[in-house]
Write a protein that binds this ligand. Sequence first.
Ligand code: G
Ligand code: G
Ligand code: MN
Ligand code: NA
Length: 253
Amino acid sequence: LQLESMMQSALERNEFSVFFQPQFDLKTKKLLGAEALLRWNSNRLGPISPAEFIPVAEQNGYIVEMGKFVLREALANAQTWQQDLPYPLRIAINLSPRQFRDVRLLHDLQKFMANNVDPKVQIELEITEGLLLSGDDSVKSTLYQLHDLGFMLAMDDFGTGYSSLSYLRQYPFDVLKIDKSFVQDMGHDSGIQLVNTIISMAHGLGLKVVAEGIETEEQMELLTKLGCDVGQGFYLGKPMPSNVFDELITHFR
Ligand code: G
Ligand code: G
Ligand code: MN
Ligand code: NA
């Protein structure tokens, strides 16, 4: 209840910011882009985790305003970064179910896309499995419309919900993000086999694979050997403020 009332004024007080966690091509080691992650540093309570405040914002609908803020910040930075890069930069943005179902979503994203002056920048929308469970036709139709508008679509936290890989065939996903729990289970042979199977099946369905939660060199090397396309995790880079990402970009131009 306290969070809820504080949230209303937090945007105006500039308590929110967007951090960027780098994603790397595991074969070439090139910086591909970043996942945008919302951060809240409350004047009263200090840093509050999105795991805590996002569910509240989903409940009261405030997530829609927050989402626009994230998109605005992410696109403004991406345009600047793209000017320094000889290849397309990809920025991933999380969409929670409430945002996805909001009637204004398509219109807002379309507007942002039109103002995104550098068409090289690719925007990837991360969606969780839970959204697909409803089997709702409007979800499918929205996914196709977003894809037609030029957004890339990623299935986030894959494996933590109930959907299967074959189920993904019905939707226009470009990317599958293996949940960090699977990466952390690669200490066992059975864990490695599981990740291997997910990667092969995803590739069979024409999806690129991003592994998240890479915390060690061993995990990165195993995933590279298994043919995983993209890596993300504390070992490769923590979520960082945009001015720190500015610095990272300079090594790849
Ligand atoms: O960055 P961190 O691991 O603390 O994020 C915790 C959770 O909050 C993750 O599930 C992540 O997807 C979600 N999250 C972070 N930023 C955003 C955002 O901008 N929008 C939405 N909808 N979820 C976010
Ligand atoms: O649900 P989603 O995948 O969007 O959540 C991303 C979350 O994972 C962010 O909160 C981010 O801070 C966190 N994260 C990113 N890299 C790592 C990692 O290597 N290890 C762990 N434990 N968490 C990570
Ligand atoms: Mn995510
Ligand atoms: Na995830």
